[in-house]
Write a protein that binds this ligand. Structure first.
Ligand SMILES: NC(=O)c1ccc[n+]([C@@H]2O[C@H](COP(=O)([O-])OP(=O)(O)OC[C@H]3O[C@@H](n4cnc5c(N)ncnc54)[C@H](O)[C@@H]3O)[C@@H](O)[C@H]2O)c1
Length: 340
């Protein structure tokens, strides 16, 4: 197979996981990095042994033949970056949150559609090994007719936000930053949503936005999902960055518990599985399952490009998860259930 040459845009905090994950894939080489701050781009280039660094995306694209781009910048930059990349017809993977509102997300999707260029949102929670294992067991054990799901992300570990200080000033914080992943997981496990009802709280005054939320989702298949998240949930050991899940079906139930333990209850029996993420040298707790999922997400991006199939988390698909986020805020504000 021909080696694919990629570029990475945005050399900040999370980009280090992206580049280390790219290095785990065969037949892929990131040949350029780009950051508005050239010092950051240069430092990243030397730290990770990349050939070229730029501060202008257009200049980079004019100088090199690039097969795909991985965008690791924050949401408010995505429309402008998407305008450039779609104009050059460069297949793109773009970090979540996809955009700061639905209108901009739809604009990005239509730009790529118009230019017949693949676009994937780097929605990585559904690519975490414990979640993939959970889904695999549901299918293998033929658990059917789901009626209940609880998807929970509660911790009190500041490592979840101290590297991303831009989060403090967001008027909308936890739902947009983490809820987006959890709503996507609800769609992944329970199917599409019909409505959402949410109550937000602020439990940490460093933040302008909500630091705790509880959402109740009615799904099209008549099941209900409870999604909840908090950065003020004190436990020993702390639970960052594990998503805990409880699912009930007509013929059994399954839980993804602390420490990646998966427990199946079916036919009056209990079975225990291990959903631990794979180990790599550069991966460590508490980010391990998130770091590993970046490799799996990159693999899905490349696999779908090579096989010319739509990405599971294409831009179009991610609008459905993003729509849950903005309707969640609307529900909290209006104190009512909102139809999706
Ligand atoms: N999926 C996950 O698990 C996960 C975890 C952490 C962060 N993230 C997401 O990753 C994204 C990046 O987060 P971060 O903390 O690394 O941000 P960051 O602010 O540390 O880095 C972003 C970088 O992008 C650069 N940039 C902005 N606009 C640019 C442009 N037009 N051209 C070139 N460079 C540009 C900035 O100069 C900055 O260096 C965010 O959207 C965040 O939500 C995802």
């Amino acid at each position: 197979m021909k080696k694919l040459k990629g570029a990475l845009i945005g050399c900040g905090f999370f980009a280090e996981n992206h580049i280390l994950a790219w290095k785990e894939l065969r037949n892929i080489e990131i040949i350029c990095v780009c950051d508005l701050d050239i010092k950051k781009a240069n430092k990243f280039k030397s730290k990770f042994n990349i050939l070229h660094s730029y501060s202008s995306i257009e200049l980079m694209l004019k100088k090199h033949k690039i097969d795909f781009v991985d965008v690791v910048t924050t949401m408010e930059t995505h429309l402008n970056i998407g305008k450039i990349l779609s104009k050059y017809k460069i297949p793109t993977s773009i970090q979540k949150p996809f955009a700061e509102n639905l209108l901009n997300a739809k604009k990005i999707v239509s730009l790529y559609k118009k230019n017949k260029t693949p676009l994937m949102v780097h929605e990585n929670f559904r690519w975490q090994s414990p979640l993939l294992k959970l889904k695999e067991i549901i299918n293998k054990e033929k658990l059917i007719k789901p009626h209940y799901a609880k998807i929970s992300f509660r911790h009190a570990n500041p490592v979840g936000y101290t590297n991303q200080t831009y989060l403090y000033d967001l008027k909308e914080y936890l739902t947009l930053d983490v809820g987006i992943h959890l709503f996507d997981l609800s769609r992944f496990l329970m199917g599409e949503a019909k409505s959402i009802y949410t109550v937000n709280q602020n439990t940490n005054n460093k933040f302008k936005g909500e630091t705790d939320f509880i959402s109740l989702i009615r799904n099209k298949n008549k099941s209900i999902t409870i999604v909840d998240a908090s950065i003020s949930s004190i436990k020993k050991p702390d639970r960052f960055a594990q998503t805990l899940v409880n699912l009930e079906f007509s013929n059994g139930s399954i839980d993804l518990d602390y420490n990646y333990k998966i427990i199946l209850h079916k036919n009056n029996k209990k079975k225990i599985y291990d959903g631990k993420p794979k180990k790599y040298k550069w991966i460590s707790k508490p980010w391990d399952q998130i770091q590993e999922s970046v490799i799996n997400t990159h693999k899905h991006f490349i696999y779908s490009l090579i096989n010319r199939v739509k990405h599971d988390t294409s831009g179009e698909d991610n609008i459905k998860s993003l729509s849950l986020v903005f309707n969640s805020y609307k529900s909290d504000k209006l104190r009512k259930e909102i139809k999706i």
